[in-house]
Design a protein around this ligand. Structure first.
Ligand code: ADP
Length: 160
């Protein structure tokens, strides 16, 4: 049986922290689908299509990774796709409480699908899309935190 994992998130925009989690997941599972969620409670900088396009570009060398977008409940989507697992990244202790809450709820919704956590690489432990957007506004050097295509996309957004 093909082992499929879903890696869900906002990815607004994708960073090297996300890529680290995705590529490490792809070493363990037969296939990883990165699912871009349109979280209504966050006002995104990039629309879903832009986020998907950036993710496709930066994962094009990962053969067993594909990109999709989705609304609604993660567990409904995971079941429709026939996934066995969800992959999430853990950075600081501050991620823990939220992740524990959401994972417990997801398990209640579908206990057949397990959530696996990948501990961030130390160099990305303080990296988030929000902090990237915050500093990119002021033309800070972010070249070691996001892929070049994302850096370009951010420049375009903030120069508009
Ligand atoms: P969400 O809005 O669901 O938190 P994000 O796009 O912020 O989505 O993150 C998607 C996933 O990637 C989450 O599991 C998050 O913990 C993980 N992640 C984000 N940044 C990093 C990072 N720097 N290192 C490791 N994991 C990360």
């Amino acid at each position: 049986m093909t082992k499929l994992a879903i890696c869900p998130g906002s990815f607004d925009p994708v960073t090297y922290g996300h890529l680290d989690i995705i590529s490490r997941g792809a070493k363990v599972f037969d296939h990883v689908t990165v699912a871009v969620f349109n979280n209504q409670s966050k006002a995104p900088l990039f629309d879903v299509e832009e986020r998907v396009a950036l993710l496709k570009e930066v994962t094009k060398n990962l053969e067993n990774v594909s990109i999709d977008s989705c609304g609604g409940l993660l567990m409904d989507y995971a079941e429709q796709q026939g996934a066995q697992a969800i992959i999430r990244g853990l950075r600081a202790v501050s991620d823990f409480e939220y992740e524990m809450q959401i994972t417990s709820m997801n398990r209640k919704l579908n206990e057949q699908i397990e959530t696996f956590f990948v501990m961030t690489n130390n160099q990305y432990s303080f990296l988030s899309s929000s902090i990237i957007k915050e500093v990119a506004k002021y033309q800070a050097n972010i070249s070691d935190l996001v892929p070049p295509v994302v850096e370009e996309a951010l420049k375009k957004k903030y120069n508009q």
